[in-house]
Design a protein around this ligand. Structure first.
Ligand code: CTP
Length: 409
């Protein structure tokens, strides 16, 4: 049996990037031999094993990686006769289809090293089409390596377009798609992920609500970039620049979906887009079975981002409603994330990236004022039940009025 390091570990070493996890391919072995050496099988009938000590993945060389339509449709062919070259040709990209032995001798039959140097994401063979998830993977790699100058090879983009138009993307499970989407959003240039998906027609299939924002104008006085799609990408870029967590990035991507519903004769204004967008945000959330914290923040940011921008003009009663909607008393972190998303939205406008956002501190101050109302003295005064609730609210409103007066010039 011969063992090689493959995939991301080889690619990232050649790029001079840190290698986090290592995948291995085993040529010339049977399942029985692997088990006899103490490897633990990953699944009942999948030729992947975990090393008894390191826990790293060792896969038997295999062909036929076809993931059929629908759930769990994976087939494969693994046998000791499958060669390293046969295994590599069924992988997604040439830069992911290199192998290395324990002496760091490179096996690179499909010229991955040449494409690394040319900064090209190029598919290895027509077998690329066996797994439609690769459309998302390529877009994710494009986002990850954009700063290094990588682009998608035109023939690969054409293949991705074919796959997107074939309806194959619709067969992807929400879990697999979300894994790619969430990883891509956490890259340094997440907007590139969306640009590539859009360029190959996959965005229209996966998130038509986001795709629809391109070509929709906004008022130039507030949005010098005009196009809502371009704005959305800039907001996401700002979120990455400011190292925001996934929740904030997801909310940034979906915050303006309602603008895609505005009738053309109302352009460039988007009256009530915050509210109109909610059902679209909900649909995207559900489509990918998005984690609850991301779902929640996206909906709240969608509904209230304009409140965030207008924070300094809000009446104390409106401010209080906003704070109550966020349940700032029990969920302080979520309110911070809302503020961050609003700030990214404001910065994601052409030429206004560096403009300060005083709303952020103002909102934090308002939250502090509302939280400063102590409940104990009200209990001591004998308030209870719904009356107590009303009294707390009244006190909070008083605190916010005082806050507004103290901060106004
Ligand atoms: N692979 C593939 N098609 C897929 C998934 C994986 O061809 N749909 C192959 C690629 O050769 C890839 C390797 O399996 O390099 C390992 O996959 P994975 O661990 O998912 O990705 P990495 O390339 O290691 O990249 P990352 O750094 O993002 O984990």
């Amino acid at each position: 049996m011969r063992i090689y390091k493959v995939g991301g570990a080889v690619r990232d070493r050649l790029l001079g990037k840190p290698v986090t996890d290592i995948d291995w391919v085993v040529v010339g072995a049977t399942t029985e031999e692997m088990l006899a050496k103490g490897f633990r099988p990953v699944g009942a009938d999948f030729p992947v094993f975990l090393h008894p000590k390191s826990g790293e993945e060792y896969a038997l060389a295999r062909t036929e990686r076809k993931s059929g339509r629908g759930y769990g449709g994976f087939t494969f062919h693994a046998s000791p006769e499958v060669t390293l070259e046969e295994d590599l040709i069924r992988r997604d990209l040439t830069i992911n289809a290199m192998a290395e032995d324990d002496q760091q001798n490179l096996t690179d039959p499909y010229h991955g090293q040449r494409d690394l140097e040319a900064r090209l994401l190029r598919h290895v063979s027509p077998a690329f089409a066996e797994d439609p998830l690769r459309v998302l993977r390529v877009a994710r790699f494009a986002a990850r390596y954009a700063t290094l100058g990588f682009t998608v090879a035109p023939e690969t983009l054409a293949l991705m377009r074919q796959l997107s138009e074939s309806g194959e993307l619709e067969a992807l499970t929400p879990e697999r798609s979300w894994k790619e989407i969430s990883r891509a959003l956490m890259e340094d240039q997440p907007q590139v992920f969306l640009e590539v998906l859009r360029a190959c027609g996959a965005l229209k299939v996966l998130m038509p609500e986001v795709d629809a924002l391109f070509g929709v104008p906004q008022p130039p006085a507030h949005h010098p970039e005009i196009d809502t799609g371009a704005h959305t990408l800039s907001v996401l870029q700002q979120a990455a620049l400011h190292k925001q967590p996934l929740t904030v990035r997801w909310a940034c991507l979906l915050h303006d979906l309602g603008k895609g519903l505005t009738p053309e004769d109302e352009w460039p204004r988007h009256i009530a887009h915050e509210f109109k967008g909610l059902k679209l945000i909900k649909a995207v959330n559900e489509r990918f079975k998005v984690p609850k914290d991301c779902q929640e923040l996206a909906l709240l940011v969608g509904e209230y981002h304009t409140h965030g921008h207008r924070a300094l003009e809000l009446k104390p009663s409106t401010l209080l409603e906003l704070l109550q909607s966020f349940d700032i008393y029990r969920r302080p972190q979520r309110f911070e994330e809302f503020i961050a998303a609003c700030e990214m939205d404001a910065r994601g406008r052409k030429g206004l990236e560096e403009r300060s956002y005083p709303q952020a501190d103002y909102l934090r101050g308002a939250a502090t004022a509302a939280r400063s109302v102590a409940v104990q003295p009200l209990l001591e005064k004998g308030f209870k039940g719904p009356e107590l609730g009303e009294e707390i609210k009244r006190e909070r409103l008083k605190a916010l009025k005082a806050y507004k007066e103290a901060t106004s010039v």
